[in-house]
Design a protein around this ligand. Structure first.
Ligand code: NIG
Ligand code: FE
Length: 412
């Protein structure tokens, strides 16, 4: 099955084979070809070039899409979401407008625990149905790979229920899904703190591990949630089941989770709104990708993670949506890219690399996704005709994505 995409104004996000992430000044590099074509073979990118150099007589293909002067970018990769959840929490949205902080709502027993109360009452089928709608929504907005966490079950039965829903999404969605076990998101209502950490280690992890229900493990290591010591114990137990960490750190306060995560070989450290600069050195020669979530800062009116400073210090940065009912009820990666530019001062090229190749790296997928590279999955979108790539984050609410392709097939 061969598909030719012709008349592309700009084919952007071209990366050489074997480049798994971009760091520091490399992040400014967004390679592109103007007036281009792209050839897809059996769901994978097979070749590309400029229209002027198209082989005479063209290609023998099974289908052709005329991009009509639109720009092509690799699909967004979203390496941090919580899209399996029950209902919504717009009541807390109003509480926040009236002056309560995210942390105060959590201390009063709301927040994540409210979502858990609701999730206990939902069947697996209904939970799947709700999550499937959110997944459809983000695919239409250009996301082609997503990480999804558990963490609203908060007892063994319901954490497993969430992971089974993620498993079903993996099997039924065209986009690539990776799953993360986040039992340590908040302490379930029926447990004491230490008792709950023991349940995670002795009950949940063995079941998740035995049934291979997760690819990664996460802990909400922050003030009022889990400590670096809890995190250390959980990650050590998870390692016995082969689960690599992707960890929530430094969101509400800098509590020392980042060094613990890096010590355990974390693939990513996420949030970082309150990251002290002293932590940059810990990441410097590590394989851990700092992943920032500007939509969360926007929605909660909180400080933004120091992404500009990290890049200037030579680090790579990924961005993600954090799509969840409490702190970021949106999975719009184009808007996330705009926020990274407007609020974090990333250049459009840096923000796009952060949302594609580096985001794929932050979920262990950059060998197969995240750029226009021969052999990678043909996950890309075609925009309406736009003046330049900079227009994508500039036009921050315009729906300029015209056609979405996942594994070479158009999404309808
Ligand atoms: O990443 N910080 C922890 N977890 C989510 C919020 C979850 C919720 O409020 O439901 C986050 O922001
Ligand atoms: Fe999160």
């Amino acid at each position: 099955m061969r598909l030719l995409v012709s008349n592309i104004k700009t084919l952007a996000g071209i990366v050489g084979e074997g480049v798994s992430r971009l760091q520091g000044a490399e992040m400014k590099r967004l390679s592109m070809i103007d007036d281009a074509w792209l050839l897809v073979e059996n769901g994978k990118i097979s070749a590309f070039g400029s229209m002027a150099d198209m082989p005479s007589g063209g290609f023998s293909v099974d289908g052709e899409i005329n991009a009509q002067g639109g720009t092509v970018l690799p699909s967004w990769c979203d390496p941090h979401t919580h899209i399996v959840y029950a209902g919504s929490r717009e009541g807390e949205f109003v509480d926040k407008i009236m002056g309560l902080s995210y942390a105060e709502i959590a201390r009063r027993g709301g927040g994540i625990l409210n979502s858990a109360d609701l999730l206990h009452t939902l069947s697996e089928d209904e939970l799947y149905r709700q999550a499937f709608c959110r997944a459809q929504e983000i695919m239409r907005k250009g996301t082609g790979c997503v990480e999804i966490k558990s963490g609203y079950g908060l007892n063994t039965t319901d954490e497993i229920k969430m992971l089974r829903v993620i498993q079903r999404l993996k099997e039924s969605l065209p986009m690539r899904v990776v799953s993360t076990f986040l039992g340590a998101h908040a302490v379930g209502r029926q447990y004491g703190h230490d008792e709950y950490v023991d349940v995670i280690i002795n009950e949940m992890l063995p079941e998740v591990g035995r049934e291979r229900l997760a690819d990664y493990v996460d802990v909400f290591c922050d003030e009022g949630f889990f400590t670096p010591e809890d995190t250390d114990r959980i990650l050590e137990a998870a390692a016995r089941w082969g689960l690599k960490p992707k960890i929530h750190v430094d969101e509400l306060a800098a509590t020392g989770g980042l060094p613990v995560a890096v010590k355990h070989g974390a693939l990513s450290v996420d949030h970082l709104e309150n990251m002290p600069e002293s932590e940059f050195a810990i990441l410097k020669d590590s394989a851990t990708m700092p992943t920032v979530l500007p939509g969360t800062s926007f929605f909660l009116n909180m400080p933004y993670a120091p992404a500009r400073k990290m890049i200037d210090a030579g680090l790579g940065v990924a961005v993600a949506s954090d799509y969840n009912p409490g702190s970021t009820p949106s999975g719009d990666m184009k808007f996330v890219v705009s926020l990274a530019c407007i609020k974090m001062r990333l250049l459009p090229q840096e923000a796009i690399n952060a949302a594609t190749l580096n985001a794929a790296y932050a979920m262990g997928l950059s060998g197969d996704y995240g750029s226009i590279t021969p052999g990678k999955a043909a996950n890309f979108f075609i925009t309406e005709p736009i003046p330049s790539v900079n227009y994508i984050p500039y036009a921050y609410t315009s729906p300029i994505i015209d056609k979405v392709f996942i594994n070479g097939a158009e999404l309808h």
